[in-house]
Design a protein around this ligand. Structure first.
Ligand code: FE2
Length: 423
């Protein structure tokens, strides 16, 4: 007897009338019109069943702290970093854990079951590191939380920066971070990339650096990151986050850079909601969008994913853990409005993000984890357009969240009472 049988589902690749059989948390079969005895049966009614959403770039130590101790008045990245510096000495582990757990609840409700979060290692107390390691343990039964050691104030620029970051890794933080564009000079930035990649290679870790989060076209640390990845044999394990300077770079240089990134196997995460609000702030008009060159990177064969980055924190006062909102903004900012472009944006918050994360057993194939979402939409394009309701969220075959279908009741003069669902 199966644990769960889903039938009449549409899959992101366009297959319709599909059944998914689940046993012991794994998908045991995917085929049209399966029939077998099961403890639970779910009629998908032709709606979209997707592998769960993955956020490859987030800051859970800062989330839901909006307004503490004050709001970012200029809205700039640099004021956000300064504001975070004001908040850090006031942080209490208990409150941080409470906020992070609340966000994880939002995430699960939205079908977001894997989050890679950076955690600031600049403070020698490592309070945020200990707090998020505790959160990781507490949410493990329902959400994969991967932590990146992130030296927000610059690993070389901060006294004790290397030691603090190393201690965070010793405590069990999963991934090597970095922020080369925030070091004092371009040369120091490049040196930080080299040193951190060597440390990661020694420890067998993945790497995810905030890389060139700047409008400065000469911020080229992604070049060094690609070079060090190849030199140290880290292909497939390294990610460059943001890479917004690429938006403003000289086109000839980019034509050399893209093949180098593709060759190195470095993936790139853009954060559309944040890039469109934080970049270009020093421009008058015209104002640059600032997001990295997503379609061009994809066309060059680079794995590109979208992250949420921030929700209600010193850098961004919006957000709700909805990766469809992230994809929606991504396709607008990147002008990826063709049918293929929209599907690529859906992949940027699902399969591409899972690759950045290094998630094993991700997908809707036989042998994959039975962790998926039934959406109130017929296909990925409609899912993004409507930021569709997550009707059912399953993790390892177990229902972990459900939301009632969205439907408005209309009471209009001269019309019979009716309902509206926008599709
Ligand atoms: Fe970030």
């Amino acid at each position: 007897m199966l644990d769960l049988l889903v039938h009449n589902a549409t899959l992101p690749d366009g297959r319709t009338g599909m059944s998914i059989a689940v046993q012991d948390g794994r998908i045991t079969d995917v085929a049209p019109g399966l029939d077998a005895p099961a403890h639970d049966k779910l009629d998908a009614d032709g709606l979209l069943l997707s592998p769960h959403f993955v956020d490859p770039h987030f800051h859970m130590d800062a989330t839901l702290s909006y307004g503490l101790p004050r709001v970012n008045a200029s809205g700039t990245l640099l004021e956000g970093i300064a504001l975070w510096g004001e908040l850090k000495p006031l942080l209490k582990a208990e409150a941080l854990i409470e906020r992070a757990l609340a966000y994880c609840d939002w995430a699960v409700a939205k079908g977001l079951l894997a989050i890679r979060s950076h955690v600031d290692t600049s403070d020698p107390s490592l309070l945020a590191v200990d707090a998020l390691l505790e959160v990781k343990k507490q949410v493990a039964p329902y959400l994969d939380l991967q932590l990146v050691a992130f030296p927000q104030d610059g690993v070389l620029r901060t006294p004790g920066g290397v030691e603090n970051l190393t201690r965070a890794l010793d405590k069990g933080v999963d991934v090597m971070g970095g922020i080369p564009h925030f070091e004092r000079t371009m040369a120091e930035g490049a040196a930080s990339v080299r040193m951190l990649c060597e440390l990661a290679a020694d420890r067998g870790l993945r790497v995810d650096m905030h890389c060139d989060e700047s409008d400065d076209p000469l911020s080229r640390h992604i070049e060094t990151l690609a070079f060090e990845t190849q030199r140290l044999g880290l292909q497939g394990r390294v990610n460059g986050s943001h890479c917004t300077s690429m938006h403003s770079m000289d086109n000839y240089y980019v034509s050399k850079l893209l093949p180098l990134i593709a060759e190195s196997g470095v993936s790139v995460v853009a954060n559309p909601l944040i890039n469109i609000t934080l970049q270009g702030r020093h421009d008058s008009y015209p104002k640059r969008r600032g997001m990295t060159r997503v379609p061009e990177l994809m066309a060059a064969g680079v794995n590109v994913a979208f992250g949420h980055d921030c929700v209600m924190d010193p850098w961004y006062g919006m957000g709700s853990g909805d990766m469809l909102e992230v994809a929606h903004m991504g396709l607008h900012v990147a002008q990826m409005t063709s049918q293929q472009g929209i599907l690529q944006c859906f992949e940027a918050v699902t399969v591409n993000a899972a690759k950045v994360f290094g998630l094993a057993n991700y997908g809707l194939e036989k042998g994959c984890d039975a962790s998926f979402v039934l959406l109130q939409a017929r296909d990925p394009v409609e899912a993004i357009r409507l930021r569709a309701t997550r009707l059912k969220v399953y993790r390892l075959g177990r229902l972990v969240a459900e939301t009632a279908p969205l439907q408005a009741s209309l009471k209009l003069d001269g019309r019979p009472a009716g309902t509206a669902f926008m599709r």
